[in-house]
Design a protein around this ligand. Sequence first.
Ligand SMILES: [Fe+2]
Length: 249
Amino acid sequence: MFSFFKKKEKISASTVAVTNYESIKVDMHSHVLPGIDDGAPTPADSIVLIKKMMELGITKIIATPHIMADYYKNNAETINGALAVLKEALANENISVEVAAAAEHYFDETFEDLVNNGQLMTMGQKYVLFELPFIGLPPNLLPLIKRMRDLGYKPILAHPERYTYLKLDDFKNIKNYGCKLQVNTISLTGYYGKNVKKTAEELAENGLVDFISSDMHHLRHADALEKALLFPSVQQLLESKLLQNNILL
Ligand SMILES: [Fe+2]
């Protein structure tokens, strides 16, 4: 029984079919822009994280700094400014990788105004990454998803597996309203605990995962992203045809 558990948990290097993230190419959730949120503090820190992603087969990085009214008052100006600083630092080091920026919008009292005023930071064809409070479900989640869709935005909920108040039926309902789901790859390793891991696995088993990404803030996340490649659940997702990261190329 013990050996079965071990086998299910982690597979040995000799049986690994996928050794990197080349099949998805795009990481679309990270905090690698320098100095504007709780991610990389300096361009040098950004470069360490970006090099790690490149080593793991990522060819395009879409940085998504927090936009939170109470903590990180970012906007297009601060985000594009930090992107320019990062691009200059990458050029100075002769590092060739595609880097773009959008945001991870927090569903707070200012988010609805940003939606209605067309001030969301988007990636690809009007995709919008947003996160929910961890303490409880905002009552206007579904109406605001519908509003985003009506305005031509394509919402993506960041790390649905991390909101303990959301269950399988909620995920299905959110998707039925036209919102895609982005699971943090490292959730599948147990990085955020066993309950989050279990929910991420449930999302994967039910074919509800549209994107996986690193949500990288620091080197511990980078190390976990590398280790994630040894997990069958991650391997299976990478081998499935369900992931849509490529549409953001
Ligand atoms: Fe994030």
